[in-house]
Design a protein around this ligand. Sequence first.
Ligand code: G6P
Length: 360
Amino acid sequence: SDMEKGTYPHFMLKEIDEQPFVMRKIINEYQNENNELKLDADIRSAMQKTDRVYIIAAGTSYHAGLVGKSFIEKIANIPVEVHVASEFSYNMPLLSDNPLFVFISQSGETADSRGVLVKIKEMGHPALTMTNVPGSTLSREADYTLNLYAGPEIAVASTKAYTAQIAVLAILAVDTAQAKGLELEFDPMQELAIAANAMEILTDQKDEIEGLARDYLPTTRNAFFIGRSADYNVCVEGALKLKEISYIQAEGFAGGELKHGTIALIEDGTPVIALATQANVNYSIRGNVQEVVARGANAMVISMKGLEQDEDAFVLPHVHELLTPLVSVVPMQLLAYYAALHRGCDVDKPRNLAKSVTVE
Ligand code: G6P
C-alpha cells in the first residue's frame, strides 16, 4: 500500500520513484474522455475574474509557487505574486481590485498558511487551495480545492508533492488560457506526458546520480546551486532538499547574483551545482560556471539535451522549456538522498523537522 515502503529502504526514495506515475494520474484526473481539461467551472470563472493571483505557501510548496507564477503569467497572462505565508501577515502587499488567493499546501494543515487564509476570508477575498489532502483544514476553509493526486507523502522532505503541485499549476494556467481564448503554441497535456516519461528515465539513472553525490558531496560542509530563470527556481528547491536531510549548508542563487556576494564564499573544492536547461540563458550560466571554476570550485553542470557541453556531469532528457523544473528537480532530489544516505543521516525523519507544522 501507499503507507508501506515495500522493497524500498526509505519512503523518500519510493516517493521520488512514484513521480512519473503521479504525473500520469494527474493527466488522467484533469482530462475527460475527449482529452479536454475538466476543471471545476467555479475555479475557471474565479481565474477569469481575477486581475492578480496571490500565491501563499511555505517551504517546498513555496518553491512550487515560484514555478507556478511563471506558468500563470506566461500561459494565462495574469500577474502573480508569490508570498511566504509567515511573512504575508506583517508585510501584506497592497492588493489589487480583484485578488484571488491560491494556497499551495501538501498537507493542507500548515498554520502559517492557515493564518493568511483566515485573514483574507475576513477581508472577503476568494481562496483556492491546492492540496494533497482534500479534507484538510485549508481545503475546507477555502472556496475551491484542486487536488494533487500524489498519494500519501510520508518522508519529511517533500518530493512528489512538489512535482504534483507544478503539474497542477500548469493545468490551472492552461485551463485559464483556454477559458480566455488565448492561443497556445504547444499541446500542454502531451508535453506533460513527455515530462513524465523523462522523469521515469531519470529515476532509472540512480546509480549515476549516486556516483555524483559521492564524487561532489562526500565530506563538504557547504554547497551552492546556481541557475538562471526557471533553473533558479529549481536551485532553491535543490538547496532546500540537500540542507533538510544531509545537513550540508546549501544555498540556491541566481547566476547573476553570484558576483554581488556569494562568489566570495567559493574556495578550493567548494561544490557548485549548476543547472542549464534554458536556451536563452545557457551562455550566461556557462560564464558563471567558468567564474567559480577559476576560483577553485568543483562544478557539476546538469544540462538539458540540446544545450549540453562535453564537460557536463549529467544531461537531462529534452522536455518543453516551461516544464524543465519537473525533470531538473529529480537529480536534485536524488543527490540530496544519496548525500544524506552516505553521511548516515535519517533520510525520512531529519532532525528538528516535522512533516507538517501546525503551530505558527
Ligand atoms: C514543513 C515540511 C516541508 C513543507 C512545509 C510546507 O516545513 O517539513 O517539507 O514543504 O512544511 O508544508 P505544506 O504541507 O503546507 O506543503
